[in-house]
Write a protein that binds this ligand. Structure first.
Ligand SMILES: [Zn+2]
Length: 174
């Protein structure tokens, strides 16, 4: 099950909205936001290793090194937020009228951006033990809740209530 074109553009809008919210929360200017090295892909465009059976999104980190200087240390990290269309649509369909796609996508976008911002700032680590990942996941969930709680958005509250209770994104445990 893949996102249709209008669901793909909905996901794009969710990320622009989440960027604004994250920018406000972290007091980042446009320049800082533009410096965040990440992109977003949906299931149809994912590589095999970017697909996850039990997550709403899979966060992948890639390291880029300047081609001319392969021996030099440095380079930079780049994050790819891999949306798992089928899992997301399944949650919406399964929960019937409770979970709606737009607020679910907004939650996922905000949550993933918090990860990226924290990794970028060195506040969270990517390569750590499962226990530490779980701690980081809890912190990110808490921050995402704080960031989204003042936002007036249809059916967002039910999504916030479900996460941490019966829904989890699953992004850090792949
Ligand atoms: Zn997460």
């Amino acid at each position: 099950m893949y996102f249709n074109p209008s669901q793909i553009s909905l996901a794009g809008r969710a990320f622009s909205h989440a960027e604004k919210l994250a920018g406000r929360y972290y007091r980042l200017g446009d320049a800082n936001l533009n410096d965040l090295r990440y992109d977003v892909n949906t299931l149809a465009g994912l590589e095999k290793h970017e697909v996850s059976e039990n997550a709403f999104a899979h966060l992948c980190r890639y390291h880029y090194q300047a081609e001319r200087e392969p021996t030099k240390t440095g380079g930079f990290h780049f994050y790819r937020i891999c949306l798992q269309d089928n899992r997301i649509l399944d949650a919406v369909n399964r929960a019937c009228s409770f979970i709606k796609l737009p607020p679910l996508l907004l939650y996922i976008a905000a949550h993933e951006l918090v990860h990226v911002i924290r990794f970028d700032a060195g506040e969270g680590s990517f390569d750590v033990s499962p226990e530490e990942k779980e701690q980081e996941e809890k912190r990110v969930h808490k921050i995402t809740r704080q960031m989204l709680s003042p936002v007036i958005y249809p059916d967002l509250k039910i999504v916030l209530d479900c996460f941490g209770d019966r829904l989890s994104i699953g992004d850090m445990f792949n």
